[in-house]
Design a protein around this ligand. Structure first.
Ligand SMILES: Cc1cc2nc3c(=O)[nH]c(=O)nc-3n(C[C@H](O)[C@H](O)[C@H](O)COP(=O)(O)OP(=O)(O)OC[C@H]3O[C@@H](n4cnc5c(N)ncnc54)[C@H](O)[C@@H]3O)c2cc1C
Ligand code: FES
Ligand code: FES
Length: 1357
């Protein structure tokens, strides 16, 4: 926290209010200060590492040199409190609220359905707000760029962009192109059904009035600071003069418990301080140092902040280039270079363009707004995006120390080792001069990352060539790479050999051979992806070669044969990535004419908490105000995957200030045994079975103290052999006991009757939930009879209650679990929250104090498990026309170290092994592997997506084998109405065929397929692909008794209704839908009904909010409770038919009629017997079809999602806005699963991917540029409330259409190399997998090392 330090006074403003802080601890971030000290909880903690944007705020300061106020977005989680002196901070609370007026940035995201769980919403609002403060009428590109640093796990981004598009100059439905088949221009009436394409009405939005914005604190305007940055390059001297004349600030110093922050005002002071403290860190943006201190456990006792040093904050055009002070932010560099590129002759700006290209994909805007140019160089990261450009361009640096200044060049000697440079400890980097290019000189920069936006490079490079005058003979060449060694490197040998050579095919071939040799990597190299990285070095060079060839041939005006060397089909390989304009339409059936206005069922009612979420008023678990005597708990977890605990030494924790107690198994009053299958312990006793296994918890007065104390716990282990991967588990037969089979028909006979038999294997990686709100529990002991109240972020109150009662040794009636809302769940909070809740409960019991714990993102990712990785082995028999006869499959999942929900997940995978296809003969086996990983658990789809994915894999293989279009083979095999599935359930109301036809038509599938073929003929290095994929998803828990729900309805004498039901709100809009149901049933407006929370003392024995059925079962329970009340009101209605709701309620009350009712529902006729293969596991099915088109870059493995069309049967939608939101959100989450998100482990079972830095969920730029969603019309479902259907999970699998479109595109690329047989592509289809599958001359130059001959850096689970 801020207090606890000593030193000078820190003065800043938050939302217009002055803050004067006397005792600042430099380790405190702005986020902690806002949330803890000021109680401003609207700004959220999503990751703490600048990777999610949930903590975005706006920083404003007066720039004394520009004489203007500047505003920019920044990540509060990395912003050091000490850097705030004399700046103004605006948080989401400062721009609008629900009590007075919402700011348009808040109103529009809420009303356009851009807020589901709402945890990301304040950050997104603030990114938009900061943009609007700088550009009240931004264009769409600026809006998209503003969100590069924001993540949302729920919405699929489309509604956010759609809502904010209304601020844009170039707004309009689909950019007013009006040419899409689903364009709203085509809005139509069909057989008295009105199809609507608008989920909100922009006419309702308040206009943006920039004059209404809060004013900048006048006190900061008149201050005479030296914080300004000169961005007027040509006026440098005069402005610098002005700086010299301005009254200098006084040096600041803040001392905390461990760190001292000194902010000098002159260069002399700075270099003197650096001489005095040679190991001191200079901190500008803190985007590197902040991460090192928080995540890498580094401690820098002295920090020097050069923010006020004029010589480090300037821009100057010189004879040789543009010089930037080392503290200039990357946003400023971007601005200055863009201007230079626009104004200077193109030949001079080749290097500048390359820097700009790198900055385009450098972090998010919040980071670029604070991160410095000098910080990037001096971090000396081997994957810095800028250093290869600086090395290839021979950028010059000015260094300073008490000894004076010296100039050095960024060359192969500058970086001396991993994160080391040739600077002396007492030296600082003063400025950077980026050179102009010359005539005959060409420069390119390339970067390949897992995700395009806000991701660090896998390989990055800067490449320069200078030709002898008027020729294409190489005079000088520099090829510099990042990601190929512990430092940025130069391909010295290759470059030497190319000098004097002509720029032609021969040079290219030779350069690639040389590079393959020089840029070699050990197969065990840190970072992994060895083959891919090697191939990329060649691919980048090839792109450079083509780009230069193209420019040269233009330059030399055809006085050469160069243009002949460049086939037109190669040209697209030189194109830089560009975003296509976004377009999207959502079509849904409007309510029938005559439906009462106040009846909101079927209307796109806005999520009832959306406005509060957008204003930062919505309360999440960690927003609950702190109790006076509250303690914080930090978990102490195993660093070994499998080991015996020899000793736990807590001696050093005692000396950490604020330390209170270390809890462990010995403190448990009840039972240590826990878990769904009673095969887990709350605390490890003598053996740990995964990295992240909870051993104990450290309690202290604050989170910071408890963290520090936890780091002081020393544990000794004796290593045992871990099992990490499915393959290892198969080899060692490490399986959980229950093995499931579903068999139908005669598989052997089916094979015998088939024309072909194919065998294959597919691996589908796991997935991290990445809910924006991590696990959190606050436990409050009540002091009487073992009572305890717990606020928990959980989907499963009942299991939490049961497990806490069990560990405390009290009956469940003493334990109250309360959930207001969650910041996302997706299955991750269905059971795994209990591993934290039980620990926190024990801590509260032991100390008698309230105890809180919200996991850090890295802890959450490490310990709470995720989606099960699957390995599918298949043998499929089929006819020449692609008709499937017989299938034999074995599914293996990686369950981790406990059963948890793994059996259920495997069962659902087996139920979905057919996807939507009729397979006459099936033999299937499902085995859960027991490994030394954190227990895997429920995740949206619950095994269904994995089961279906393998079906689509063999289906795709069949099409390739038969040489038939995949869509033809899929269509041929689809079920028909009345067919029996492989588990013998009859398909009734089977609408896949309808969805299929509509999707084909609305996506213009066949015509576009022809265009794709044409595109592929014309482009060698870019390929397009397309796929159409159906889905059929079984609705109900497969454990029959879970399909029950309760509700409690209180009507108060003023007519207001308090509704409670068994489901929890995690953004999916359940409470909104339940209020719609109650409103229609009771016949009163939704405004009279309120849901406060879900709790175990209102509705007991709830099923988890999961399996997509919550609206179905809770909706029926709510309906049932409403009916009870209505029945009781009937006499009063009859006696006063013209009376109002309030009249009848009053009458009932005075007549002593109960106005409180419970409701209950259970799904009928469910139950399935695996042994007999009979019964009914599902109540009904939800169906859908999606078609997707992608473009891949065969050289880099990059891909673009060009277009997706979805047609989904959700019955008669209760709320089309929520249902479309679920479809789009699930689809985009599925894009993550199948194309982006990859968990990587060390061979010893240590998870590397523990935060947004290494684990990439889809960002704004990953959604299809054209995204059309249509809800199937006229398909009421008699099996659920008001004819609706469950929607939460089913659409996720439709994203497989993107995966198979990629596979289709790769197939075209492989054909160029003469490969036409089915090939294996595992999921996710990352750039690495795509590139490696596009076999060509370059891949052949980089052969893989023989498996088994080396130890890889990472393995897949
Ligand atoms: C979410 C996120 C995304 C990122 N994405 C990218 C990316 O895409 N590409 C990329 O290359 N990097 C990326 N980075 C890394 C980082 O943002 C950059 O390296 C940034 O430029 C560092 O600047 P800073 O001012 O924040 O550095 P700080 O953290 O303030 O300092 C970094 C280091 O530089 C030293 N230093 C700073 N200035 C000087 C000076 N004048 N003289 C001597 N030493 C100095 C400091 O002592 C420290 O060791 C990312 C970081 C984050 C958190
Ligand atoms: S919490 Fe700051 S970026 Fe994620
Ligand atoms: S609404 Fe964006 S993370 Fe939930």
């Amino acid at each position: 926290m801020a207090s606890g330090g000593t030193g000078d006074e820190l003065v800043f403003f938050v939302n217009g209010k002055k803050v004067v802080e006397k005792n600042v601890d430099p380790e405190t971030t702005l986020l902690i200060y806002l949330r803890r000290k000021l109680g401003l909880c609207g700004t959220k903690l999503g990751c703490g590492e600048g990777g999610c944007g949930a903590c975005t705020v706006m920083i404003s300061k007066y720039d004394n040199l520009q004489k203007k106020i500047t505003h920019y977005s920044a990540n509060a989680c990395l912003f050091p409190i000490c850097a705030l002196h004399h700046v103004a901070v605006t948080t989401v609370e400062g721009i609008g609220n629900t009590k007075t007026r919402l700011h348009p940035a808040q109103e529009r995201i809420a009303k356009s359905h851009g807020s589901q769980c709402g945890f990301c919403t304040p950050g997104i609002v603030m990114s938009m707000y900061a943009l609007l403060r700088n550009a009240p009428e931004p264009n769409m590109e600026e809006i998209e760029d503003a969100f590069q640093g924001n993540l949302c796990r729920c919405t699929g981004y489309r509604p956010i962009l759609e809502g904010y598009r209304t601020f844009a100059k170039n707004q309009g439905c689909c950019g007013k192109r009006g040419n899409g088949p689903s364009c709203c221009m085509n809005e139509k009436e069909e057989n008295a059904v009105t199809i609507s394409s608008s989920l909100f009405n922009p006419a309702e939005f308040q206009p943006l009035d920039p004059t209404q914005e809060p004013i900048f604190p006048p006190e900061l305007l008149v201050s005479d600071f030296r914080t300004g940055i000169c961005i007027l390059p040509w006026g440098y001297a005069a402005l610098y003069q002005e700086t010299q004349n301005s009254k200098p600030h006084k040096q600041l110093c803040f001392k905390g418990e461990r760190v001292m922050w000194i902010q000098p005002t002159t260069l002399q002071e700075l270099v003197a301080l650096k001489a005095q403290h040679p190991s001191a860190k200079l901190v500008v943006g803190n985007t590197e140092v902040g991460i090192e201190m928080r995540l890498k456990n580094m401690l820098y006792p002295v920090i020097l902040a050069p923010a006020w040093i004029p010589e480090m904050n300037f821009v100057q055009h010189t004879d040789k280039g543009i010089a930037f002070g080392a503290s200039c932010t990357l946003s400023l560099v971007e601005k200055v270079l863009s201007k230079a590129v626009a104004e200077l002759p193109p030949y001079k700006t080749e290097v500048f363009k390359a820097v700009l290209e790198q900055l385009r994909w450098f972090a998010g805007l919040q980071i670029r707004n604070v991160a410095s140019l000098g910080g990037n160089i001096m971090t000396a990261s081997p994957i810095s995006d800028l250093n290869p450009v600086f090395m290839a361009s021979e950028t010059q640096l000015t260094l300073a120390s008490t000894e004076g200044k010296r100039i050095v060049t960024v060359d192969e000697k500058f970086f001396t080792g991993y994160r080391k440079t040739m600077l002396k400890p007492e030296e600082i980097l003063l400025s950077i001069e980026i050179p102009y290019s010359r005539k005959g000189e060409y420069f390119s920069a390339f970067k390949q990352a897992t995700r395009r936006e806000d991701d660090i490079a896998i390989v990055t490079c800067g490449m320069r060539v200078l030709f002898q005058e008027d020729s294409h003979r190489v005079q000088k060449i520099k090829l510099s790479y990042g990601g190929m060694a512990p430092t940025t490197v130069l391909a010295v040998k290759t470059c030497q050999k190319l000098i004097g050579r002509d720029w032609n095919e021969k040079l290219m071939q030779e350069a690639c051979h040389l590079l393959a040799d020089e840029m070699n990597l050990s197969p065990s190299a840190p970072g992994g992806m060895v083959d891919f990285r090697r191939i990329l070095t060649l691919s980048f060079f090839f792109k450079f070669y083509l780009t230069v060839l193209q420019k040269l041939s233009q330059q030399l005006n055809g006085n050469n044969n160069l243009s002949e060397m460049l086939p037109s089909s190669y040209l697209s390989a030189t194109e830089l990535f560009h975003k296509d304009p976004i377009a999207n339409v959502q079509l849904f059936q409007e309510v029938p004419p005559g439906q009462a206005v106040e009846d909101t069922v079927g209307r796109p009612l806005v999520h009832l908490s959306a406005a509060k979420q957008a204003c930062g008023e919505a309360v999440y678990c960690d927003d609950i105000p702190h109790y006076e005597n509250e303690l914080y708990c930090t978990l102490v977890t195993s660093t070994k995957a499998h080991a015996k605990i020899i000793s736990v030494d807590t001696t050093e924790t005692q000396s950490v200030p604020g330390f209170v107690y270390f809890i462990s198994a010995k403190d448990i009053p009840g039972s240590n045994v826990t878990g769904i299958a009673n095969d887990e312990t709350v605390f490890a006793d003598d053996t740990v079975t995964c990295v992240g296994h909870i051993i104990g918890g450290v309690l202290a007065d604050t989170q910071e103290h408890s963290r520090k104390a936890a780091k002081a716990v020393k544990i000794k282990y004796e290593d045992l052999t871990p099992i990490v991967t499915i393959e290892e588990a198969i080899e060692k037969k490490s399986f959980f006991k229950r093995i499931r089979k579903i068999n139908k028909g005669n598989v052997q006979k089916g094979f015998e009757e088939s024309d072909h038999i194919l065998e294959g294997e597919m691996y589908i990686g796991g997935q991290e939930h990445f809910y924006l709100e991590t696990h959190c529990t606050v436990a409050v002991p009540k002091g009487e009879d073992g009572e305890m109240e717990l606020f928990v972020s959980t989907q499963n109150l009942t299991k939490t209650q049961e497990f806490v009662a069990n560990v405390l040794g009290v009956p469940s009636n003493r334990i109250l679990i309360r959930v207001k809302r969650m910041g996302g769940g997706f299955g991750g909070k269905e059971t795994r929250n209990t591993i934290l809740s039980t620990v926190v409960a024990v801590a509260a019991f032991k100390t008698g104090c309230p105890v809180r714990c919200m996991l850090d993102r890295d802890e959450d990712m490490l310990i709470s498990g995720g989606r099960h990785p699957f390995l599918g082995q298949y043998k499929v028999g089929f006819m020449n026309n692609g008709k499937v006869n017989s299938l034999e499959v074995s599914y293996y999942s990686n369950g981790g170290n406990s059963v948890d929900l793994s059996y259920g997940v495997m069962e659902r995978a087996l139920f979905h092994l057919d996807n939507a296809y009729n397979i006459p003969n099936v033999s299937s086996l499902g085995i859960v592997c027991k490994t030394n990983l954190s227990s895997n658990t429920a995740f949206r789809g619950f095994g269904g997506p994995q089961g279906m994915m393998i079906a689509e894999c063999w289906m795709h293989d069949i099409a390739m084998k038969c040489g038939l279009p995949a869509e033809q083979v899929r269509k041929l095999n689809l079920y028909n109405e009345g067919d029996l599935t492989h588990f013998n359930q009859k398909l009734e109301g089977f609408t896949v065929q309808r969805c299929w036809e509509e999707c084909l038509e609305s996506s213009n599938y066949h015509a576009r397929r022809k265009l794709i073929d044409e595109f592929n003929r014309q482009n060698r290095w870019k390929k397009r692909g397309m796929a159409i994929i159906p889905t059929k998803f079984g609705i109900s828990f497969t454990v029959p008794f879970l399909n029950q729900a309760g509700a409690l309805l209180h009507v108060y004498t003023d007519g207001s209704v308090l509704l409670t039901h068994g489901g929890t709100e995690m953004g999916q809009g359940l409470h909104t839908k339940m209020i719609q149901v109650a409103s229609r049933t009771l016949g009163i407006p939704t405004s009279k009904i309120y849901i406060s929370e879900t709790s175990t003392n209102t509705v007991p024995n709830t099923s988890p909010t999961a399996a997509s059925v919550s609206s179905d079962i809770n909706g029926m329970a709510v309906y049932n409770a409403c009916q009870t009340i209505l029945k009781r009101l009937e006499p009063f209605k009859q006696s006063n038919p013209k009376g109002s709701w309030e009249d009848w309620i009053q009458a009932a009350y005075v007549n002593c009629v109960s106005l409180s009712a419970t409701g209950f529902y259970r799904m009928p006729d469910l139950g399935y017997d695996f042994d007999k293969n009979e019964g009914k596991p599902f109540c009904y099915f939800t169906y859908g079809v999606a078609s997707s088109e992608v473009e891949i870059d065969c050289l880099t493995g990059d891909h673009k999602n060009l277009r997706t069309d979805i047609v989904m049967d959700v019955g008669t939608s209760l709320n089309p806005a929520i249902d479309v939101g679920q479809i789009e959100g699930a689809f985009v989450q599925g894009i993550g699963l199948f194309t982006l998100e990859e968990l990587r482990y060390s061979p010893e079972g240590n998870l590397y991917t523990r935060g947004p830095g290494m684990y990439k969920i889809p960002a704004f730029g990953d959604i299809p540029s054209e995204f059309y969603v249509s809800l199937l019309r006229n398909c009421p479902n008699s099996k659920a409330i008001y004819s609706s259907k469950a929607v939460g999970e089913p659409p996720l699998f439709l994203s497989a259409s993107v995966f198979y479109a990629i596979k289709d595109a790769i197939f075209s690329a492989r054909r160029e190399s003469g490969l036409t047989e089915p090939f294996r592509l595992d999921s996710p289809a990352t750039p690495e997998r795509i590139r490696n599958a596009c076999v060509d001359i370059f891949t052949k130059l980089c052969p893989s090392a023989e498996p088994g001959t080396f130890k890889p850096w990472s393995v897949r689970a």
